[in-house]
Design a protein around this ligand. Sequence first.
Ligand code: PFF
Length: 443
Amino acid sequence: MGIREQWQSRWGFILAAAGSAVGLGNLWGFAYRASEGGGAAFLLLYILIVLIVCLPVLVAEMVLGRSTGSSALLAPVKAAGDRWGLLGWLFVIAPLGIGSYYAVLMGWTLDTFFHALFVGLPSNISEAEMFFGSISSGTSVLLGQLVSLLLTAAVVAAGIRGGIERLTRWGMPILFALLLILAIWAATLTGTWEGYRTFLLKIDVNQFFNPSTIRNAFTQAFFSLSLGIGIMVTYSSYLDKRKQLPKEALSVASLDTAVGLLAGMITFPIVMSFGLKEVISGSTVGTLFISLPTGLGTLGVTGRVVAILFFALAYIAAITSSISLLEVPVSSIMDRLGWNRSKAVFVSTTLLFILGIPSAMNLNLLGKIDSIFGGVLLILGGFVLSIFLGWIVPRKFDEDLSECNSNIRVRRYLKFMLRWVSPPIIAFGLIVSVIDLVKNWSA
Ligand code: PFF
């Protein structure tokens, strides 16, 4: 086997990791979860979970990848022996599960973008629903899914530096610029303050005790950071020993949270300005594809330009995430079977397409798969990871971080959190989430 690929620079890695984190989860997930009743309580819980629980787990995931220099499938075994093989499998199965339906969501995004660009926006809700119905069914949805997977595959096939790093290096700055422009524009709408207040500022204390709000906050935190399922293990396995992982983790988490908030500052004012709150609180994954274009449709040319920019930025965000989802099985196959990159990409992409067909055909099923793969499994993975690096191989954690000279106090703090704080809090989140999910499904 050849020498393992490496990121070209520190920022190359940070932007790629942030690119994985920033995705449809920030633009859609955040909006529809926040509007499911949690409001600002959801937001506060989400931020607390990111700061207290996710940051140490993010560093742990990065340490596992860098210290073993292995793909997600093999890293746990390399670190702690064969008994941990199952964790490696979790790391491969979960991204495959998410990747399968993520491409479907990307297809919807692409269709909506082209429609806004070439045709225009819907003039009322029922027209928007009809349009969404047409792109989320039949051959249309499969085509969108396929095109998105092929684009993703083309980037991943070009390798770490030539593909992933190159795309995220230009994609992420464009994405930030577009977000800023749109957030400034959204600040001028009539419903802006109402939007900020309802979703971002008004705290209903009871929501802190609402199991669905707790589940939404945990899910959003882990999903949005691409945490707990081997993505960061994979990306960090291409890192050298000099990078200070706690700092990189902080940069990634800050960029991701900033994008989530900025996206909220775009979507919520639009929703409030155009009286679409009822539409999105009937929340399914698809509702924002209906409410946003409808709202923007009332603004004539300006609305159309905003829609084009918004869906373009969503697609850039999505593809920098989907490449990370594909890279996990690809690097695992390369490591385990010794295949070359192109062959591994071809097989993994085909698998993702086939796995995604049921979600493409059935919205309800897509939602359910999202709740399991994009929710419960990530939280479970985060729990196991904190136990793994906090208790099973704590020396790896110490050694790796001391090699890159990270501050000793930071290291102690992180280890303390990984051992004593993250596991019980994540276990709590996991139990609440599973119970709430089962309840919702049987209701
Ligand atoms: N973080 C991405 C988003 O917010 O859309 C999606 C994602 C990518 C989730 C990779 C999980 C993951 F492992």
